[in-house]
Design a protein around this ligand. Structure first.
Ligand SMILES: [Zn+2]
Length: 251
């Protein structure tokens, strides 16, 4: 049976009106930044790679700890991570890929196509990515270190990828079967619990109906145990069990 951990590597403040879709409140909103680690299988599986300290500094994050260090604190050497499931190519999920030099990165075809296509560079989208980190995707692909997925896929028995789109065209979420039930790692299909629970979108989006459909998919994939892990919500450390600084045991 698998165990799942959320590893927090930074946080940052914004305002609710800057983040939620057509939201009037100017209240401060704190985002936590995570990578997730799945242990207990034949090999460790990482979900997303975070970012490096250059992005952390440039974008006003605080309390940044390298995602590699967080993985190490959780008991896995970063060079021993063979698989990284990349939920999407925004900088805070992809720009840390060089920290995991042996990983094969599993990414949706729609995601690769979008960020290498005509619209990624537009002002509406470009601030969410690190272009140098995106460029390395091509080199990694030619080095046989990228697996491009089209739709839903079983990664290992009990670990599933589900393409939902919405926030980005090829956003995928991850399900993991554990002793406590099905864990759903939503990544940015639901940054906060408020997104999936109140069906409130965020304003960083590629397709609004797909974002709404993703909320339905999250709920359909979660069992009655509702082990839903929102992508950036400080509440993750209240709903689940912190076991060490920045390490939250999900199941
Ligand atoms: Zn994110």
């Amino acid at each position: 049976m698998y165990e799942v951990f959320a590893l927090k590597y930074a946080e940052r403040d914004t305002t609710a009106c800057q983040f939620f879709y057509r939201e009037a409140s100017h209240d401060t909103l704190t985002l936590h930044y995570f990578v997730w680690l799945i242990l207990g299988g034949p090999r460790p599986v990482l979900v997303d790679t975070g970012c490096l300290d250059d992005d952390a500094r440039a974008r006003g994050m605080r309390d940044y700890v390298s995602p590699a260090e967080m993985v190490e604190r959780a008991g896995v050497k970063p060079a021993d991570v063979p698989i990284a499931l990349i939920t999407h190519l925004h900088y805070d999920h992809w720009a840390g890929h060089s920290l995991f030099p042996a990983a094969e990165h599993w990414i949706q075809r729609d995601e690769v196509a979008f960020w290498t296509g005509p619209f990624g560079r537009s002002p509406a989208f470009r601030q969410s990515v690190n272009p140098e980190a995106l460029a390395r995707l091509v080199a990694l692909n030619y080095a046989d270190r990228v697996r491009i997925i089209d739709g839903d896929r079983e990664v290992l028995p009990g670990i599933g990828l589900h393409r939902v789109g919405g926030h980005t065209p090829g956003l995928q979420i991850v399900t993991v079967q554990t002793a406590r039930g099905t864990v759903v790692l939503t990544s940015d299909a639901s940054h906060f619990y408020r997104n999936v629970e109140k069906r409130q979108p965020v304003q960083i989006l590629a397709d609004l109906p797909e974002m709404l459909a993703a909320f339905e998919t999250i709920e359909a994939l979660a069992g009655p145990e509702r082990l839903i892990v929102a992508g950036h919500d400080p509440q993750v450390s209240e709903r689940f069990t912190p076991i060490d600084r920045g390490i939250i045991r999900i199941a």
